[in-house]
Design a binder for this molecule. Structure first.
Ligand SMILES: NC(=O)c1ccc[n+]([C@@H]2O[C@H](COP(=O)([O-])OP(=O)(O)OC[C@H]3O[C@@H](n4cnc5c(N)ncnc54)[C@H](OP(=O)(O)O)[C@@H]3O)[C@@H](O)[C@H]2O)c1
Length: 339
């Protein structure tokens, strides 16, 4: 009797583990299928691009990095990226090959930029001609989703070249009928990482914009939103833009208050370009494209227009908006300013 009970127990247990094993296999398969979108990232070697790749890998996407022949792939390889295609946005033939339908990409994320001068010789032509080339090649390859890193209120910032170019790119996507989602972030909060962290340690938040409240976003959050826009935001949202930022616009006072609270020591805000310098600097602006771009950007942001008009869509697709204090706390933790 005891022998039969033991045999029965062994059989039931074996059956249970078999059922559990099959269920786990089905669940894993489901998760994999949910996130196995093939995504190609242009600008993957850039600071935001790298973070986007990381987020996509975490979602289980099949990531391909589009790099130039000269790009340094080592960081991406260390992150586990195995697929690379070589494409230069100023070289149409290379894009045709890089985005060819043979790869079967479900989405392209465009995080490249020329005006940021990531590599020697880069220039803003990439942000106009280069982006048009990329869109043409995407359309020709039949890639069903183009995720653009645009900018808040880009349609209104006509005088700021690198803001206006984003708007022109959105327009070109519409004109070519290339399905897209444009994320329109505010200023990158961690705009100059090393410099900013050093200053904060000394009790100063360096401020680029001091004339009005403005929208901002921590790039770690933006990268997460971009990855979601590539793989999970529904098709019904294609051909639209989503404003991206914190729950409230910021200024020197609110940022200094948040850092003071988070770090537990007094922190004050200080302009990177003092007011007395800005006027003489503006006089030289017509002589230099980068200086003109920067001066016009500061003037535009100081109008107070550079804020999210619709925070609902961000909440709907990416969850609750970060608050100033919560985002500053995360930033401080990431930068090891606090434990
Ligand atoms: N809202 C804001 O405050 C703010 C601030 C900064 C940036 N942004 C936006 O965020 C995005 C990413 O900027 P980022 O700071 O991460 O840029 P970044 O670090 O300067 O990187 C630029 C990337 O673009 C690639 N690239 C440049 N020219 C190219 C070309 N002709 N063909 C193919 N790839 C090319 C570079 O590749 P290589 O490795 O070969 O050089 C690099 O991967 C851009 O859309 C930018 O406009 C917004």
């Amino acid at each position: 009797m005891l022998y039969f009970m033991l045999l029965l127990y062994i059989r039931v247990t074996t059956l249970k583990s078999k059922v559990l094993f099959v269920t786990l296999q089905i669940n894993n398969e489901k998760t994999r299928k949910m996130n196995n979108k093939k995504v190609v990232v242009a600008g993957a070697t850039g600071s935001l691009g790298g973070k986007i790749v990381k987020e996509l890998l975490a979602l289980g996407s099949d990531v391909t990095a589009m790099v130039r022949a000269t790009s340094n792939r080592s960081k991406l390889e260390k992150m586990g990226v195995k697929n690379f295609v070589v494409g230069d946005m100023m070289d149409k033939a290379s894009l045709k090959e890089a985005l060819s339908p043979k790869h079967g990409f479900d989405a392209i994320v465009a995080s490249a930029a020329g005006y940021t001068k990531h590599s020697k010789g880069d220039n803003p032509e990439t942000d106009t001609v280069g982006y048009r080339n990329l869109i043409d090649a995407t359309k020709e390859a039949g890639i069903p989703r183009f995720v653009l890193i645009s900018i808040l209120e880009s349609d209104k910032a006509v005088k700021v070249p690198h803001f206006h170019n984003k708007y022109l790119t959105e327009k070109y996507l519409q004109e070519k009928q290339q399905p897209y989602i444009a994320l329109r972030p505010g200023a990158f909060f961690d705009w100059s990482d090393g410099f900013m962290t050093k200053r904060i340690k000394k009790g100063v938040v360096p401020m680029f914009f001091t004339g009005a409240d403005y929208g901002t976003i921590y790039t770690n959050d933006l990268a997460r939103y971009v990855a979601a826009a590539a793989v999970s935001v529904p098709d019904s949202e294609l051909n639209s833009y989503i404003d991206v930022g914190w729950a409230t616009p910021v200024n020197g006072k609110t940022l200094a208050q948040a850092f003071t609270k988070v770090l537990g020591k007094p922190v004050k805000a200080k302009a990177v370009i003092p007011n007395f310098l800005f006027k003489p600097l503006s006089l030289f602006a017509p002589l230099n494209h980068n200086l003109k771009d920067m001066v016009e950007m500061v003037k535009w942001v100081n109008t107070g227009e550079y804020i999210s008009r619709n925070t609902q869509r961000q909440k709907q697709f990416f969850g609750d908006l970060p608050t100033i204090e919560e985002a500053v706390r995360r930033y401080a933790k990431d930068k090891k300013l606090i434990d």
